[in-house]
Design a protein around this ligand. Structure first.
Ligand code: PBG
Length: 325
């Protein structure tokens, strides 16, 4: 009798068969759309390095969020670009600041049908562009920065954020923010922790969008070294111990192994941030006609899900949701 050869192609013959056995699904509800809101502009300003994305006015922010929402995306992460920057980044905790007004606008536009996430960091607000305040030697002062993060968390909560998302990679930031929120009687506000955030070249376009390129030095003194997977896991465990509600790995594509390990850790839902440089690569190649955008985007997002991400922050959210529905 002939040895029965395996025939996997039987299940690949039609789209219906392939759909039946696909292991990983991708739906708009798993996507989170990052949006930028800028103070003091009358019209949205397109971001050259991120085709299709813009710095929004409060009005265009609402409109853009509404359009993305109508396609099935339920969550937004908001970044503010203030007019006034100083050494401390004090606009970050101004209750009338641009991100606070943006949070309010999204809440007003979409109510509790949308999840509003506020990125919590100082780099968009400091005149030197670092994610924290500096000591006399010009180094980022961890614990002085935590104090500011606590003020920002309170301000985001008052503005109406469901979740705050600390992205500065300061040691102890989740614990500090958790205790500040609880102390303000806001134990209802959750923390999406940028737990494993690598010092990456793929943030380049974001720094144009958020106007936060460091004036000197780089972020390697606080973000993870790209070679370190075990250390990333220690960061994730530390954030879970400190009370993170969701842990995030960032960027996504170069760190799929870390996403998988975060998932296996099992302490909380895992988010992955498909960052600005990953977006720009796909857009640039597609504009050249070198890759097919629709297919490439869905493949990228499916791969990030397959690696283990429950949710994906991605600038493709609006387009992808349109293609999926
Ligand atoms: C820091 C922050 C950055 C990004 C999100 N939050 C930039 C950085 O660390 O330099 C990058 C996101 C992206 O590239 O899409 N507040």
């Amino acid at each position: 009798m002939a040895f029965p050869i395996h025939r996997p192609r039987r299940l690949r013959r039609t789209a219906a068969l392939r759909d039946l056995v696909r292991e990983t699904d991708l739906t708009p509800r798993q996507l989170v759309a990052p949006l930028f809101v800028k103070e003091g502009i009358d019209d949205p300003a397109p971001i050259a390095s991120m085709p299709g994305q813009a710095q929004h006015t409060l009005e265009s922010l609402r409109k853009e969020a509404r359009e993305i929402f109508e396609r099935g995306v339920r969550a937004f992460v908001l970044f503010g670009v203030p007019l006034r920057k100083d050494a401390e980044g004090s606009e970050a905790w101004n209750d009338q600041g641009i991100v606070q007004r943006g949070i309010g606008a999204l809440r007003e536009e979409l109510g509790d049908d949308a999840v509003v996430i506020a990125d919590l960091c100082l780099d968009e607000y400091t005149d030197h562009g670092h994610c924290g305040v500096l000591d006399e030697l010009g180094n980022v002062d961890n614990d002085a920065t935590l104090e500011r993060y606590r003020w920002i968390a309170g301000s985001h909560a008052r503005a109406g954020a469901d979740l705050v998302a600390p992205s500065g990679m300061m040691d102890g930031q989740v614990a500090a923010i958790r205790s500040a929120l609880d102390g303000d009687g806001r134990s209802d506000v959750g923390i999406l922790a940028y737990a494993a955030k690598f010092a990456s070249a793929f943030y380049g376009p974001f720094r144009d969008a958020a106007e936060c390129t460091p004036r000197f030095g780089d972020r390697a003194g606080y973000q993870l070294d790209p070679g370190n997977g075990d250390e990333a896991l220690r960061e994730i465990r530390a954030d879970l111990d400190q009370g993170a509600d969701i842990v995030m790995v960032k960027p996504a594509l170069p760190y799929l192994d870390v996403i998988r390990r975060a998932r296996q850790e099992g302490g909380a839902p895992v988010a992955a941030y498909n960052v600005s440089g990953e977006y720009a690569m796909v857009k640039a190649a597609a504009e050249q006609g070198w890759i097919e955008e629709h297919q490439a985007v869905l493949e990228v997002l499916t791969a990030i899900r397959r690696a283990g991400a429950d949710l994906i922050l991605t600038y493709h959210a609006g387009d992808a949701a349109g293609w999926l529905s």
